[in-house]
Every structure is written in structure tokens, then in C-alpha cells.
Design a protein around this ligand. Structure first.
Ligand SMILES: [Zn+2]
Length: 472
């Protein structure tokens, strides 16, 4: 992708890019202070929290969007939640039409945050933005209010330098319920399809390789979560009376669950596939440190460590209903209920993986135990098509914005709404970027943003917007 050169001007885009980077750097303190103001608003989409805070945060984001001066229209909108009579949380939609046949870019982030959890575990109050050791601490400081501010700060920089030469179409969509399952997201996309249509979509809600090395997220695992009830008896009995002659539900459950894994802890479910792809080096020592593995405990799985997290499935039992330790008595349990959460390799649908899991459990239910499946929740993984021009442009912008070549990242978790984006806008190139680094602790106490990562992310996005504006 080259910029149009004017006769007599030896390097017009180079000078302009330097000016854009300058403007991004000069505007950085203001961006950080605006980010702090957003962090002060405790907007959480859970019904237990004060929902008017989400109105406040959407209004604050709308004001920031209007303040850039580039948008033709800035609105706060809600969409219906399909299958209910409720509406979703307020989202900000800001749009400007492309001029002179230039492309349009859609910038996504979310303004809602995770609940803070136990306040006592925070070193400084969660909604009090605090800078310590080069990081900004606070709930949402990284996830994902810094994503919002990366968009705003980069737009400010290009608007300042390019003025009327900014011909790029820009849409900004900042939703208010990502942490609560994006329940109105698909409806929002279809309600606002024309306003959101773009050539490339930046989803600024992921991470980087480390605080100084940018990452472009190119794969995400899907998920399959469900509840299974295991029954063997129609009533509880004294274990001394029938123990040894009839199976209790716990015995059936643990025997069945044990078949989900091979001896090395890898998944043993026929039909759950894995993806074959290269992964960067990542040592067992780093894994031990980042995951908090106890000294005598070994990792699980086979293949490179990152392939286990990025490209292979995993199965975890995340909940169990049975008699508690305090209430234990010498009784044969008639039923046990467990919640199973599986991560699905990119390339396999959640539906497909769930079918394999259900078939496996039915085939391995011992002693003819009765199984009932319910509360199935599925999300598809995602593989980015990295062949498009916008991906190449983003990688170059990352290299120049950070001064370090980007790493292609897989993510072990899921961003299920990306599948909605792909379905609604199949032609758009999806660019999953972000401002987090491995120490950001999104969703946990003491969430923080590395200020250098943020600075470089703003520079990167400003370069990306400026270079997209040069496309003819
Ligand atoms: Zn997020």
C-alpha cells in the first residue's frame, strides 16, 4: 500500500506521519486523564448494580466522540434482547461517511466493566484511577476503557494533522454489556447495519505479547458449557445397607468424568479436534509463574505449551452440586449435578464440540446411570483471515507504532460476538487488537494498564487511520 505522492513533494506522507505521531504524543496526557474519568464511572451490566452508571458512561463516551469533531452523527442507542421483552444496555454509535471513495473503518470497544470483586483485594480502590510504577490501576483501566481511549486519542491525532484531508469513513461502536454476554449485540448489528458497514473492523479488546511487543490476535478458541445431572437411585439410602451392591451417583459421576482426559491431562473426547499451527516459544517456567502452578504440580497436555492453550481443546469441571462436606453423612447419593466448561479449538464449532462431548459422556456413563443435559451455552472460535490488505497495514502500523514487529497471537479464551460480526459483515476484515499485556489482570483485582503499551497502541492506531486515509 503506497501513499499518493504529489509532484515536487519528496515525502509528503512521511512528514505527515511524523506530525501524526507528534500529535498522538502531545495528546497523550489528555487521553490518560480522560481515561481516568471513565474509570471513575462504575458501569456494570449485572442487574445487581446501579444501571444508571451505564447511562453515565455511555454519555461520557458520546461526549468524547462528539469532541473529536470528526463524526457526522453521535447517538446513544439500545437494541432489543431477542427472546425477551428487555432491551440491552446503552451503546454509543458515532459515524462519519467516507469521502472521495475512501474506505471505512469500524472501531469497536466496550464501556461496561467487570464487577470489582472483593474490594479488600485491591491495593487502591477499583474506581479510583491510580498511577503506580508506570501502570494505571483501576477497574476498566485496561478492559476496555483504554480500548475506547485508544480510538478517541488516535482520531484526535489524525483529525488535528489531516484536517479536511481526513476523508476516511469512521464508525465507532462502543457497547455497554460485553462483560455480561453482549445479549443485544446481534440485534444491534442488524438494527444498525448500514451505519456499521465497514471495510475493516478493529476490535480493541484483546492483548499483546508483552508490554513492549505488540500482538495481533489471529485465533480465538470457542466454548461449550453445559450442565449434566447424573442419577443412579430414586432415593438416598444408608451406605451400610446397600453400599457395595448399588452405584451411588458420585461414583458414577467421577468414573464418567475421569474418561474425559488422557493420563497426561489432554482431552480424550473423540470428535473434539485440534488445530495444527505454529506457536511461539513459551517456557514451562513462564507458565508456572503466570498461572501460579504449585512447585510440585506438573503442567498437563502434550505438544508445545501455547499449542495446548491456543490450538487444542480443554475440558474443565467448573461446578458441582452434591452434599457439602459439612452436611456429609453415610449415605448413597442418588444424584449429582456438574457444570462442564470446554474450550474448543479454533476451526471447530461450539455445536460440533458439544455434540462430541454429549456423545462421549453418554457412551461412558457407567452402570447405566441416567444423564440429563441442560443449560447448553455455545460460542464459536475464530480464525482471522490474515491475507487481507488491512491485516498487512495493521501489522506495519504496529511495527512502526511500537518500534517492534508484532507477534501473531492465539487466545485461549473466546470473544463470542466476533462470530456475530463475521455473520453480519462477511466482507469486512477483522482486526483484533488491544491494550492489555500479560500483567493487566483484566477481570481480577488490581487490573492495570501499562502506560507504554497504551502510548504505543495510540500511536499504532493513529498510523493505521492515517495510512488508511491514504488509500486510493
Ligand atoms: Zn473486554
Amino acid at each position: 500500500m503506497t501513499s499518493p505522492a504529489l509532484p515536487g513533494d519528496p515525502n509528503p506522507s512521511g512528514d505527515r506521519e511524523a506530525a501524526v505521531l507528534d500529535a498522538a504524543a502531545t495528546g497523550f496526557p489528555a487521553a490518560l486523564s480522560d481515561l481516568g474519568q471513565l474509570v471513575r464511572i462504575p458501569g456494570m451490566a449485572w442487574p445487581a448494580f446501579d444501571q444508571t452508571q451505564l447511562e453515565r458512561s455511555s454519555e461520557a463516551v458520546a461526549a468524547l466522540a462528539s469532541g473529536t469533531g470528526v463524526f457526522d452523527d453521535v447517538r446513544i442507542l439500545r437494541a432489543a434482547i431477542p427472546g425477551t421483552d428487555e432491551v440491552g444496555q446503552p451503546a454509543v454509535l458515532a459515524t462519519r461517511a467516507a469521502r472521495n471513495g475512501k474506505p471505512t473503518i469500524l472501531l469497536y470497544a466496550h464501556h461496561d466493566v467487570q464487577p470489582p470483586g472483593d474490594d479488600a483485594l485491591w491495593e487502591t480502590p477499583p474506581f479510583e484511577p491510580t498511577v503506580r510504577d508506570g501502570r494505571l490501576y483501576g477497574r476498566g483501566a485496561a478492559d476496555d476503557k483504554a480500548g475506547i481511549m485508544a480510538h478517541i486519542a488516535s482520531i484526535r491525532a489524525v483529525a488535528e494533522v489531516l484536517g479536511d484531508d481526513l476523508e476516511l469513513g469512521i464508525a465507532m461502536f462502543v457497547e455497554g454489556e460485553e462483560e455480561y454476554g453482549s445479549r443485544s449485540f446481534a440485534q444491534f448489528l442488524s438494527d444498525n447495519k448500514d451505519a456499521l458497514r465497514a471495510d475493516a473492523i478493529v476490535v480493541a479488546d484483546s492483548g499483546n505479547w508483552d508490554s513492549s511487543t505488540p500482538g495481533l490476535t489471529v485465533s480465538l478458541r470457542g466454548n461449550a458449557r453445559f450442565t449434566v445431572r447424573v442419577r443412579t437411585l430414586d432415593h438416598a439410602s444408608h451406605s451400610g445397607m446397600f453400599g457395595g451392591a448399588v452405584p451411588d451417583a458420585m461414583m458414577a459421576t467421577v468414573t464418567m468424568l475421569a474418561t474425559l482426559w488422557n493420563a497426561d491431562g489432554s482431552v480424550a473426547v473423540e470428535g473434539m479436534i485440534e488445530r495444527d499451527a505454529q506457536t511461539p516459544d513459551y517456557t514451562e517456567e513462564t507458565l508456572r509463574d503466570e498461572a501460579g502452578l504449585l512447585p510440585g504440580t506438573s503442567p498437563i497436555g502434550d505438544g508445545t505449551i501455547l499449542s495446548r492453550i491456543w490450538n487444542k481443546p480443554s475440558v474443565t469441571v467448573i461446578g458441582i452440586d452434591a452434599t457439602s462436606v459439612a452436611a456429609a453423612s453415610n449415605t448413597l447419593l442418588p444424584e449429582v449435578t456438574v457444570v462442564i466448561s470446554a474450550r474448543v479449538a479454533p476451526g471447530q464449532t461450539g455445536e460440533d464440540a458439544y455434540a462430541a462431548l454429549e456423545a462421549h459422556l453418554r457412551a461412558h456413563a457407567p452402570f447405566g446411570a441416567e444423564l440429563t443435559f441442560s443449560d447448553v451455552d455455545l460460542g464459536n472460535g475464530f480464525l482471522v483471515d490474515t491475507s487481507g490488505w488491512a491485516v498487512a497495514l495493521t501489522r506495519e502500523a504496529m511495527r512502526d507504532g511500537y518500534g517492534v514487529a508484532p507477534v501473531d497471537l492465539g487466545v485461549g479464551g473466546s470473544i463470542p460476538f466476533i462470530a456475530d460480526l463475521v455473520r453480519e459483515f462477511p466482507q469486512a476484515q477483522i482486526l483484533v487488537t488491544g491494550v492489555e499485556d500479560p500483567h493487566s489482570r483484566a477481570h481480577s483485582p488490581n487490573e492495570s494498564l501499562h502506560l507504554d503499551t497504551f502510548r504505543h497502541a495510540v500511536a499504532t492506531e493513529a498510523l493505521l487511520l492515517s495510512r488508511m486515509n491514504d488509500i486510493i
